[in-house]
Design a protein around this ligand. Structure first.
Ligand SMILES: Cc1ncc(COP(=O)(O)O)c(C=O)c1O
Length: 435
């Protein structure tokens, strides 16, 4: 039997598990339901992190638990490549329907977000017969070799792990609070979008670029929301240049932003949409949904994996779709997002530490700075706030290339009372730190 205090378990964790896998809190979880978590010592927490954006439908929703149990009693694994099963096909159909774009699509499944990104790139390369990939500053696409190459943040993600995959070209994102061109929206004319055309002269020809991979809103990068003109312009350049536009909706998907997929806000239909995280309510699953001709371009046997599209995960994901519809969680995301942003903006008026607040639906963030003029990132203060919130019963996740962003990824099923209580804990901590 394992000892059951957070401290004793942490001591065992330190001895048995390498330090590489980071821990935001020293908490060992015992159980969770909805937006509440209970640790091994019986202490309750309000969850504003949702297992890093995985639990949009909440912890352990009855429909997901029932689906997993039912499937486990029938069969747990067969390998889709060896013996097929209906939930895989049904879920592929749901994603083909739900993703933006009024064209024929196909979907395949893997085990994680990173693996989904890797497979999207494989499909794009196979279709275009080109190899280059364009990605963005401050992006996060996962930790496997190609996904890590596409990821922007150096420490801790990339430091010491090279050499990285070749033929990857990085361009600035529309991070208006810290504009790479030191311009201001809207007088900037969305210079960052047009910069892509410069890249075709200075770095690489579009004749060598297979795909552009981008998050609609940068997640790990700090919830950075581009102006509405950004994506239409980027998409047009891709279209003119025969470049497959891959939207990484792993963190933005499944209602988080107040639309099923965040690209809908920009009225963009990506050639490929990559999903994971909240797709399957906590079961490991990644999806690649794309235009029929792109998805069908790889040879038979060229895509796949032993566990990809595990039947339990597919059943869980089908239950997630049911819950989203039954409880209209997309509207709920808009509603709670408004409440969060309103309170964040009021906090910003009171506390100089908050340099910027931004949000789309329930994907809301505050960026903390030591000085509003220099915008020096308040890294240590952010860490302290997250620690103090934890001590006061609120689980929060940091974000941002400079580790100075607090983001909200709470389950969308959170009650209004839990939401306001959580925000009040954050405000009390901010007040203490600011005084
Ligand atoms: C936008 C985005 N892409 C890819 C990934 C990688 O997903 P996974 O951790 O499941 O490999 C993440 C994870 O945080 C993500 O936020």
């Amino acid at each position: 039997m394992l000892a059951s205090s957070n401290e004793r378990l942490f001591e065992q964790r330190s001895r048995q598990v390498p330090k590489g896998p980071y821990n935001v809190t020293p908490l060992f979880i015992k159980e969770a339901k909805g937006a509440l978590v209970i640790d091994v010592e019986g202490k309750e927490y309000i969850d504003f992190a949702g297992g890093i954006g995985v639990c949009n439908v909440g912890h352990c929703p009855d429909e997901v638990v029932t689906a997993i149990k039912d499937q486990a009693e029938k069969f747990i694994h067969s390998a889709f490549h060896l013996m097929m099963y209906q939930p895989y096909i049904e879920l592929a159909g749901r994603l083909n329907q739900a993703t933006p774009g009024n064209f024929e699509k196909k979907t395949m499944f893997v085990n994680s977000g990173a693996e989904a990104v890797e497979n999207a790139v494989k499909a794009a390369r196979s279709y275009t017969k080109k190899s280059g990939i364009i990605c963005f500053e401050h992006a996060f696409h996962g930790r496997t070799l190609l996904a890590l190459t596409l990821t922007s943040k150096v420490n801790p993600y990339k430091l010491g792990f090279g050499p990285f995959a070749p033929e990857v070209y990085r361009v600035p994102f529309a991070y208006c609070y810290r504009c790479s061109f030191e311009l201001e929206y809207p007088s900037c004319g969305i210079r960052c979008a047009d910069y892509l055309k410069d890249v075709f002269h200075t770095y690489v020809s579009p004749q060598n670029i297979a795909a552009l991979v981008v998050e609609p809103i940068l997640g790990e990068g700090g919830f950075i929301i581009p102006p509405k003109e950004f994506f239409p312009r980027i998409k047009k350049i891709c279209q003119e240049s025969g470049i497959v536009f891959i939207a990484d909706e792993i963190q933005t998907g499944f209602g988080r932003t107040g639309k099923m997929f965040a690209m809908e806000h920009f009225e963009i239909a990506p050639d490929i949409v990559v999903t994971a995280k909240s797709l399957s309510g906590g079961m490991p699953l990644g999806g690649i949904t794309g235009k029929l001709e792109i998805m069908d371009s790889a040879q038979v046997g060229g895509l796949g994996g032993t566990f990809g599209g595990n039947p339990l995960a597919c059943r869980a994901a089908l239950a997630v779709f049911e819950i989203m519809e039954k409880h209209d969680l997309i509207s709920k995301a808009r509603r709670i997002g408004r409440m969060i942003l309103e309170r964040f903006k009021k906090m910003q008026e009171k506390y100089d530490l908050i340099g910027d607040t931004r949000g789309l639906g329930a994907m809301v963030a505050m960026e903390l700075v030591k000085d509003r003029t220099t915008k020096e990132p308040a890294r240590e203060e952010t860490k302290l706030i997250i620690r103090k919130c934890y001590e006061n019963g609120l689980i929060l996740m940091p974000a941002g290339t400079y580790d100075n962003v607090i983001r909200t990824l709470m389950p969308l099923v959170i009650t209004e009372e839990q939401l306001q209580d959580g925000l009040s804990i954050l405000e009390r901590v901010l007040k203490d730190i600011s005084s």
